[in-house]
Design a protein around this ligand. Structure first.
Ligand code: SF4
Ligand code: SF4
Length: 196
């Protein structure tokens, strides 16, 4: 058997999205629930950094996020092998990232963004690099790449909808869904066969 089991991914329907950004906030909250940042209103001490981004045009709004590509061009572009496939998800190992932007440039979906790194609500400083602020030299902030990881570190048992990412669970108009390509293709084949 040479069949691969394609990676699942989250996809959005433009016709449904109302641009409320609940998905962005849920994404931020889930990725910070281990350190208390964003656990409740008033505890947010860092910028809200989501791993999907709601795009607005004149005619539609739509969240854009990682497709968990089988041949991940982001991983190909990473010079320090910080991006790996793990259990059906393309994962950025933030501790290894050097902020070179290669993955962001390589991704055809614009799914990777670079932001300052935070740990327990505080910006992570560079080990070596310094910058001038006013008259003093201070350590620069470490910058790393962020993207959707399908909420892989989340305790899914807490989710009302079971094993789905937080953005899918929270969307009030069900514009987002977690797609399992092999299941979807099998369903399409069956539907096509029944139409013959
Ligand atoms: S970040 Fe972009 S290139 Fe990498 S797996 Fe996701 S969609 Fe594909
Ligand atoms: S920004 Fe980080 S994850 Fe992206 S290619 Fe560079 S080192 Fe790798």
């Amino acid at each position: 058997m040479n069949n691969v089991q394609p990676n699942p991914f989250v996809i959005a329907e433009a016709g449904k999205c109302i641009g409320c950004k609940a998905c962005e906030l849920a994404c931020f909250a889930v990725h910070n629930d281990h350190n208390g940042v964003g656990a409740a209103a008033g505890t947010v001490t860092v910028p809200v950094i989501p791993r999907l981004h709601v795009i607005r045009t004149e005619s539609f709004t739509l969240p854009v996020q990682c497709r968990q590509c089988e041949n991940a061009p982001c991983a190909e572009a990473c010079p320090v092998q910080a991006i790996r496939q793990e259990e059906g998800t393309i994962v950025i190992h933030e501790e290894s990232c050097i902020g070179c932007k290669g993955c962001a440039m390589a991704c055809p979906f614009g799914a990777v963004s670079l932001y300052k790194a935070y740990s327990n609500g505080r910006v992570v400083p560079q080990i070596q690099l310094k910058e001038r602020q006013h008259s003093a030299m201070v350590r620069s902030a470490k910058v790393i790449a962020y993207k959707c990881d399908l909420c892989r570190t989340r305790d899914h048992k807490d989710g009302a909808m079971g094993n789905v990412p937080a953005c899918v669970e929270v969307c009030p108009v069900e514009a987002l869904s977690l797609v399992h390509p092999d299941t979807s293709v099998a369903r399409s084949r069956t539907a096509a066969a029944m139409r013959l």
